[in-house]
Design a protein around this ligand. Structure first.
Ligand code: BTN
Length: 144
């Protein structure tokens, strides 16, 4: 046990240095996705909840696009870095809602990247049209 102590000390120091140098992915900031849409996440609180704004580059409607509020949550296990998250955009200019889910990664070049999938629910006039009310897709966000 006495002989193991220096070894353990070195191990703990090495592990500590490793975790101090591994870059974590932080959702706060300005992001752009592969469609050219911009998103700003202003704060993430201690519970992992966040708010922000979303300016989409495209729309399924012919309405004039306006910046829209978004709110979401990241996983509590964020201390491991690269957290999973979800957020909802409540579109200001249409009757639709989009939910995104994804993970915040640090790529091989040390750049943060958000890999997401989304469901866009459009309002339809009656239940017979429900089958065509939901679109699905992916978006990749990088830091602006
Ligand atoms: C609407 O068309 O009713 C609202 C705008 C929807 C924009 C969608 S949400 C998923 C995809 N990703 C974007 O950045 N914009 C589109």
């Amino acid at each position: 046990m006495v002989r193991a102590t220096p070894f353990l000390l070195v191990l703990f120091l090495a592990l500590g240095a490793h975790s101090a140098t591994v870059k974590k992915c932080n959702l706060v900031g300005r992001w752009v996705n592969d469609l050219g849409s911009n998103m700003t996440i202003t704060t993430v609180n201690a519970n992992g909840n966040f708010v922000g704004s979303y300016h989409t580059a495209v729309s399924a409607t012919t309405n004039e696009i306006q910046e829209s509020p978004m709110q979401g949550s990241q996983q509590r296990t964020n201390h491991k870095g690269q957290p999973t998250f979800g957020f909802t955009v409540n579109w200001s200019f249409s009757d639709s809602i989009t939910v995104f889910t994804g993970q915040c990664f640090v790529d091989e070049d040390g750049k943060e990247i958000l890999k997401t999938m989304w469901l866009l629910r459009s309002r339809v006039e009656n239940i017979k049209n429900d089958w065509k009310a939901t679109r699905v897709g992916i978006n990749v966000f990088t830091r602006l």
